[in-house]
Design a protein around this ligand. Structure first.
Ligand code: MGD
Ligand code: MGD
Ligand code: SF4
Ligand code: MO
Length: 648
């Protein structure tokens, strides 16, 4: 029999939410392709999901629950696992109150039904929750402050742009389905510019590449604004659709263009050239997520917002400042916002867990996240989790967080899941459906919580089928043509509640409809100090832990990271050392061993390692990065960390 082909939607934490076609033979997935009919996926998948069958069909994925007995995680039945959990949840609530129970959910799956978990802990508690968002907190908060929302024009509106500024963004690696759109825009005459301290794969797309000093994008944006003010090239109506224009202008006029350029470590001509692009719009800014993971990250994104507004690029087709696409907007929420009687800050989770008293956090439930590997200061996070009395992790893999759990609950992989997906890189909605059934010992998260709710007498917890819940979630857009049946028949559908142009008529969504321009400069970049110098050590370097095509955060494709992680620097950073040398990357918090890679096109003050290494093997950047919050939105300032490299 030839293989049957099934369609699903990728649920990974990725902007693209691809349509996937899976070939299935005798109950085994034998091939994966991008759906050629999905307007964004266009028939191809990224490296990491193309190689997902090694996980899907491999030995590492979990196929039955595990419980800790005598210090070891051992296979158990669902009844044993859920009984243990129910007993423990009840006793902790009775003895210490629901604030002693913390639910931590991350983005391992972006399915909308995953939010039902929040409702469970609200109804059982209300329990403690995390606040903040290590991924995009600062940038979203910045855009909400400026525009009243954080959303984007239609992805294909980029085809109207004359200039597209990739501002701290590497779509060739972390947003691969943007690349064909950029190429189409280029075919229509658009020029792509890259602004990133790191020279990376996406430089190949760019007509011009600018490598400013790390964290200096505020100064760069101000230099561009100053150049526009000086030459009278700001939108004449800017004073009507923006608040605080005089104060913003005064801010930009604190330095001449050359002064701002020097602060950003660029030539004044480069700043002028960028100003010319903003004056010669439509110019679209595509804001990467990286640079807002700094202490001044919110202010940086606010400066970019202001630049788009005053240059007249905010409201026109082909313009805009795209940071995020509101992926949840089309879906009807499952209940009122969860109550937050007690909150722990996500970027400071380790510290907050250790500090929590009266009551301490006695139970931690982790869904779809690997905080031990992915939160900053991972050693403290690991230590904090290890001292929690009862840890439950729901995952498809035995992550470094799951390894520290008392109960591990196996959930479907992205090829077995059933859910609805919005995307944070475009406005299409898709359905995920199992292309093969999940193994007998695995349960869908919705069913896990329905079972627990019955054990715990939560009478109001939804007990509907997954399809019914999907229909409920589509309630708002179902009447506008996006029913479950339609999605199933046609594949992805564009959200009917996403206007192709985010803002029309010169109005944004702030209370008075005006753009709120920022009026104050953020504090100077304040990277965590480097360790003291030792013989042979490099000068202090800014540590970048950027996405790599080979992994989805801590989940590696294929052979994974291998024996040793790597660090990429300019050859002058360690003059005596050749590529391939073993080195140690050291911060004040710790050190990791790495293989040296050299690239003369990098700045001399940066060190680049991959995001998402193994903490336990001493391979993870987060062992080096102190836990500090961003200025807005309680993001994590992952990128404000100085290291030195020493020969191993
Ligand atoms: N392959 C792959 N794709 C992914 C992910 C993954 O793990 N692997 N993760 C997904 C997730 S969770 C997210 S949130 C997104 C992440 O999306 P991004 O965070 O945009 O992804 P990165 O590719 O790491 O790019 C960050 C970029 O910001 C740049 N940068 C850092 N500091 C500065 C600065 O001060 N100024 C400027 N101008 N640039 C700076 C870095 O050099 C880097 O090129 O990608 C998603 N896609
Ligand atoms: N140094 C550094 N650290 C970073 C970043 C960085 O750029 N540099 N990026 C940050 C960013 S942008 C993000 S978003 C975070 C990501 O942080 P996390 O979300 O913690 O990252 P993952 O490693 O993807 O962990 C997700 C887990 O969910 C599991 N999973 C997959 N599907 C499902 C499912 O359907 N249900 C359940 N229950 N589990 C599932 C996966 O197996 C995996 O173990 O990391 C942050 N950490
Ligand atoms: S991880 Fe992203 S690019 Fe890769 S298949 Fe999934 S949605 Fe597409
Ligand atoms: Mo993220």
């Amino acid at each position: 029999m030839p293989p049957a082909t099934h369609r699903t939607t990728c649920s990974r934490d990725c902007p693209d939410a691809c349509g996937i076609l899976a070939d299935v033979q005798d109950g085994v997935v034998t091939g994966l392709r991008g759906d050629p009919d999905h307007p964004v996926t266009r028939g191809f998948l990224c490296f990491r999901t193309s190689r997902f069958l090694e996980i899907q069909n491999g030995a590492e994925r979990l196929r039955q629950p595990l419980v800790r007995r005598g210090g070891r995680l051992e296979p158990a039945t669902w009844d044993e696992a859920l009984d243990r959990i129910a007993t423990k949840l009840l006793s902790i609530r009775a003895e210490s109150g629901p604030a002693a129970i913390l639910h931590y959910r991350s983005g391992g799956s972006l399915g909308i039904l995953k939010h039902l978990v929040d409702l469970f802990f609200d109804q059982f508690g209300p329990c403690a929750t995390k606040i903040g968002d290590i991924c995009s907190g600062a940038g979203e908060a910045a855009q909400v402050a400026d525009f009243g929302t954080s959303d984007s024009n239609d992805l294909f509106d980029l085809l109207h742009a004359r200039h597209i500024v990739l501002w701290g963004k590497n779509p060739m690696v972390s947003n691969v389905h943007l690349v064909p759109v950029l190429k189409d825009a280029q075919a229509r005459g658009a020029e792509v510019v890259l602004i990133d301290p790191v020279r990376h794969q996406s430089a190949a797309l760019a007509a011009a590449v600018h490598q400013p000093a790390p964290g200096r994008d505020f100064e760069l944006a101000m230099g561009i604004a100053r150049a526009l003010f000086d030459s009278g090239r700001i939108d004449p109506r800017a004073g009507e659709f923006c608040d605080h224009l005089p104060a913003f202008r005064a801010l930009a006029e604190r330095h001449p263009v050359a002064g701002w350029a020097a602060l950003a470590d660029l030539e004044p001509a480069a700043v002028q050239a960028l100003a010319d692009r903003f004056a010669d719009g439509p110019t679209a800014i595509l804001v990467g997520w990286g640079m807002q993971r700094r202490q001044r990250g919110g202010a940086i994104v606010r400066a970019l917002d202001a630049l788009a507004a005053i240059s007249g690029n905010l409201f026109r087709p082909g313009g805009g400042v795209s940071f995020y696409f509101k992926r949840r907007k089309p879906f009807h929420p499952f209940g009122p916002a969860v109550r937050q009687p007690r909150t722990l800050r996500e970027p400071l989770l380790g510290q907050d867990l250790l500090a929590a008293k009266d009551p301490p956090v006695r139970c931690l439930w982790v869904t779809a996240g690997n905080p031990v590997a992915m939160l900053p200061d991972s050693a403290t996070v690991a230590r904090a989790i290890e001292q929690v009395e009862f840890v439950v992790v729901a995952d498809c893999l035995l992550s470094e967080t799951a390894q520290r759990a008392h109960v591990v609950l196996p959930v479907p992989t992205l090829l077995e899941d059933s859910d609805l997906l919005g995307a944070y890189g475009h406005h299409w909605i898709g359905e995920s459906r199992p292309v093969v059934p999940m193994p007998a010992g695995v349960r869908h998260e919705v069913q896990i919580f329905q079972d627990l709710a019955r054990r715990l007498d939560l009478e109001d917890y939804p007990q509907a089928s997954i399809d019914q819940l999907k229909r409920q979630a589509l309630g708002d857009v179902g009447g506008q043509g996006v029913s479950l049946d339609y999605l199933r028949q046609h594949g992805a559908v564009r959200s009917p509640v996403a206007d192709p142009l985010l803002f029309r008529d010169g109005h944004v969504l702030t209370p008075n409809g005006k753009v709120q321009l920022l009026t104050a400069a953020p504090p100077e970049p304040d990277a965590a100090a480097p360790p003291p110098p030792v013989a042979g050590a490099s000068a202090p370097l800014w540590l970048f832990s950027n996405s790599t095509e080979k992994s989805q955060a801590s989940v590696w494709a294929g052979k994974g990271l291998g024996e040793r992680t790597w660090v990429l620097v300019h050859p002058d950073v360690l003059p005596g050392l050749a590529a391939g040398a073993r080195v140690r990357v050291c911060s004040l918090l710790g050190a990791i061993e790495a293989e040296l890679r050299l690239d003369p096109q990098q700045r001399k003050d940066v060190a680049i390692v991959p995001k998402g290494g193994h903490f336990g093997r001493g391979q993870n950047a987060n062992a080096l990065i102190p836990a500090r919050a961003t200025d807005l939105g309680l993001g994590a300032a992952y990128l404000d960390c100085m290291v030195r490299i020493v020969p191993a």
